[in-house]
Design a protein around this ligand. Structure first.
Ligand SMILES: Cc1cc2nc3c(=O)[nH]c(=O)nc-3n(C[C@H](O)[C@H](O)[C@H](O)COP(=O)(O)OP(=O)(O)OC[C@H]3O[C@@H](n4cnc5c(N)ncnc54)[C@H](O)[C@@H]3O)c2cc1C
Length: 309
């Protein structure tokens, strides 16, 4: 049994989600190969070869794979994937863009967002916004799987010494072209990779008041997130949204401020190790999942907390 993991990388570095996906592959068992597709990705391939547990790194370094256009990357993965028992990618925007196409090209079902590996053909995945966990068994010849990074502890980024092999195949479908991207710039940690997340909801009242959360977050070295209500009201940009239709996070510490705890919000953060809720309504559902709850006005509690950090 040999497993192919599709590496996620950005700005010449291996993205943390790759380490969680290799961890999922290790649970399945067998040899682990990692595909690094992109342009000028020699450095990424070298770093990938050091990931613990990786036996071989396949490098597809070609202009066709720059910016990870799914129309070009999917045929590459499908061609390589035929020789593997499993093809895994993190359930990131890239993974979710490429793998369904790979599954279609291989004529198999995709198994989406697994959170645990029961055996080589049986996996667990959340359904109904995480309110139920389905156990899925697949008889597909090649199992095409996206992995929810928060379900698997990352393997070590160092310690391995995999062989690196170039892949010559260049698939250029000619259907799409990369035009540009607008990236949010922030000195704070990335939301899905942060160890601490401070999130604000409608209770923050406006965008200006988020300064209280930024001040606290900066002292804690935390990322700042938000509920959809806060995003929809225009308090903060939508890349900060946590939840079913936002980002899935599972930090060591999640501090929910002025967030009621709707199921769609919980779907994005309830796997956090420790949850703290600050809400003035003692009946707020967030207190049912919180490890520590403070019934208080956030405009008093947050500045006080910030002073104590
Ligand atoms: C299909 C679908 C997908 C969705 N996806 C998401 C998603 O991804 N993420 C998400 O978050 N939501 C999502 N939602 C929306 C979700 O249902 C809720 O509407 C939303 O999470 C509510 O946000 P909130 O908790 O900030 O606001 P509210 O529910 O209005 O809660 C505000 C809270 O702030 C408290 N508060 C107010 N003032 C203060 C104060 N001064 N001090 C302390 N506490 C105070 C209140 O007591 C209240 O509990 C989705 C909904 C649908 C239908």
């Amino acid at each position: 049994m040999t497993i192919l993991v599709i590496a996620e990388h950005e700005n010449g570095a291996v993205a943390p989600a790759t380490l969680n996906t290799v961890a999922a592959a290790a649970k399945i068992g067998g040899d682990i190969h990692v595909l690094v597709a992109g342009q000028n990705v020699g450095g990424v391939a070298e770093a990938t070869a050091k990931i613990a547990g990786v036996a071989k790194v396949l490098v597809a370094d070609n202009a066709a794979y720059a910016n990870f256009l799914p129309e070009n990357v999917a045929p590459l993965v499908a061609e390589l994937g035929k020789g593997y028992s499993h093809v895994l990618a993190p359930a990131t925007s890239n993974g979710k863009n490429v793998l369904p196409r790979v599954a279609a090209l291989l004529d198999v079902d995709q198994i989406s967002e697994i959170i645990s590996v029961e055996s080589a053909d049986t996996f667990k995945r959340p359904i109904y916004a995480g309110n139920a966990i389905a156990t899925v068994q697949s008889s597909a010849a090649v199992k095409v799987i996206t992995v929810r990074a928060t379900g698997f502890d990352a393997v070590a980024a160092e310690g391995g010494s995999a062989a690196v092999e170039a892949v010559a195949a260049a698939h250029n479908a000619g259907k799409s072209a990369f035009v540009g991207e607008e990236l949010a710039k922030s000195d704070r940690p990335e939301l899905t990779a942060a160890k601490i997340v401070v999130s604000g909801g409608r209770g923050m009242q406006n965008g200006e008041n988020f300064k209280h959360l930024y001040a606290l977050a900066d002292k804690l070295g935390a990322a700042v997130g938000a509920s959809r209500a806060a995003v929809d009201a225009g308090f903060v940009p939508n890349d900060m949204q946590v939840g079913q239709t936002g980002k899935i996070v599972a930090p060591q510490l999640y501090i929910a401020v002025g967030i009621s705890g709707a199921i769609q919000h919980l779907a994005g953060m309830k796997d956090s190790k420790v949850i703290v809720a600050i809400n003035k309504d003692e009946e707020a559902p967030i207190f049912q999942v919180a490890d520590y709850g403070l019934v208080a006005d956030l405009f008093e509690a947050v500045p006080e907390l910030e002073k104590l950090v």
